[in-house]
Design a protein around this ligand. Sequence first.
Ligand code: GDP
Ligand code: MG
Length: 161
Amino acid sequence: MLPVIALVGRPNVGKSTLFNRLTRTRDALVADFPGLTRDRQYGIGKLGPQRYVVVDTGGISGGDGVAALMERQVQQAIDEADHLLFLLDARDGVTAGDLDIAASLRRTGKLLTPVVNKIDHLAEALAAAEFHSLGLGDPWLIAATEGRGVAALMEHVCTLL
Ligand code: GDP
Ligand code: MG
């Protein structure tokens, strides 16, 4: 079975945009993968050195912290995943919701990569700086809409799978 990568984070940070770029589709792609539940959006990742399953999630509302993270759908996606991509929004900076989500995700013990999206029109160094406060290490910087940084991110992720 292919490795599974789940996209998690607050609503509107760009998870679905990244999903579409990784799977090269614009449509909801619901496929039948053995062992995975079907009420989420799955696709085969085609960007990067190897194939993998990408799971888009509806988003963790944040603010409600752990309770929100336990939302069944997101929790199941996390359980199924080998690797979590934690998406953040460069324009919003670090929000209270992000801090809650970071704490919850850390507790899952899963491989976790912070990804700061929407760095278009922003200075990269500026975009990255405050996200170090999450304590998750250097964030990867991408612009999912134009694809900037996405290939480099997936090369990194694939070395960890
Ligand atoms: P989701 O709720 O996390 O799935 O977020 P979406 O993928 O639906 O994106 C939310 C909004 O952010 C949409 O209007 C996207 O077009 C926009 N967006 C996503 N990625 C980027 C990006 O890299 N740059 C900019 N400027 N906007 C983006
Ligand atoms: Mg979405």
